[in-house]
Design a protein. Structure first.
Length: 296
């Protein structure tokens, strides 16, 4: 593999945040799911993932910077020493080989030269590989199983734990790159993005729902059906509720959290002549200014 810094387009002194930002940008651009039928994009995605896996590991990044491993995480072969004859101070007589090195030294030198004592491959752990996975809001809230298609044609079954948060990284041990020299495989690191929901939003372990109610339901009170992340329940709207009134459904949130229902009074799309006529002749017993206190 080429220089991982060049693959990610970052400087050699890039911070962890700079590495992460560069990786996310390139991974989204070249992800196979967004480039179906494009082998070049798939290969590029593999290189990007491998480069980030190496540089995001502080130990491997240090070893690469020192030249101990290459861009694929493999051990670099040690350089063979260069020997020459040594002359005396006057540059006339040369030491005999036995005097300069000794017989055992020459055996070692020739053994290296002809492969008799070549260093055996070192077993080392394979590189971690990073992937991105987008899950639905309810899958993240309640837990689910998702199948992830990898660039090399393999599939991984990913268990989404209940309460998973945006940006959380799941680790699948042994599902990364194979280890050089027969060493253990690296891990698959799956960064999860959670899609937004048309009705629910999350506040920690709590779930919030904006619930439209009619004028009559708000003024008179009502018992209505309300959706939650685990199915619908009935909720009592107290009389004289208002837009912005917040009601709680205990332990209907995420992992023991609650669901909060924010009421929002809405009028129907068609005119109501009787309501209009009533309001025209109605004089409230306790008039008030709802805009009092607003800054000019």
């Amino acid at each position: 593999m080429d220089d991982p810094y060049k693959i990610l387009g970052v400087a050699r002194d890039a911070t962890e945040d700079q590495l992460r930002t560069a990786y996310r940008k390139l991974a989204k651009k070249h992800h196979p799911d967004l480039n179906p039928g494009k082998p070049a994009a798939e290969e590029r995605f593999k290189q990007i993932s491998a480069a980030y896996a190496l540089l995001s590991d502080a130990e491997k990044r240090g070893r690469f910077d020192r030249g101990e491993i290459d861009g694929s995480g493999n051990e670099r072969a040690p350089e063979r020493p260069f020997y020459r004859s040594y002359g005396d101070a006057a540059g006339r007589d040369k030491y005999r080989a036995e005097e300069a090195f000794g017989p055992d030294d020459w055996d070692s030198i020739f053994g290296q030269a002809f492969g008799e004592r070549m260093k055996r491959p070192t077993k080392s752990r394979g590189a971690d590989v990073r992937y991105s996975l987008t899950v639905e809001f309810l899958e993240a809230a309640n837990g689910a199983k998702r199948r992830l298609n990898l660039p090399d044609g393999r599939t991984l079954d990913v268990a989404i734990p209940p309460g998973l948060e945006e940006g959380q990284v799941l680790r699948l041990r042994g599902q990364g790159m194979a280890g050089p020299g027969g060493g253990p495989a690296g891990d698959a690191l799956i960064e999860v993005q959670v899609a937004s929901h048309p009705n629910f939003r999350r506040e920690g372990k709590d779930v919030v729902l904006d619930l439209p109610v009619t004028l009559a339901e708000a003024v008179l009170g009502a018992r209505i059906e309300v959706p939650t992340i685990k199915g619908s329940v009935h909720l009592t709207v107290p009389p004289r509720s208002n837009t912005g009134t917040r009601l709680r459904l205990k332990e209907r949130g995420i992992a023991g959290g609650h669901q909060y229902v924010d009421l929002k009074i809405v009028l129907g799309p068609e005119p109501e002549p009787e309501l209009t006529a009533f309001l025209e002749r109605w004089a409230p017993e306790h008039p008030f200014d709802p805009r009092k206190g607003l800054a000019s």
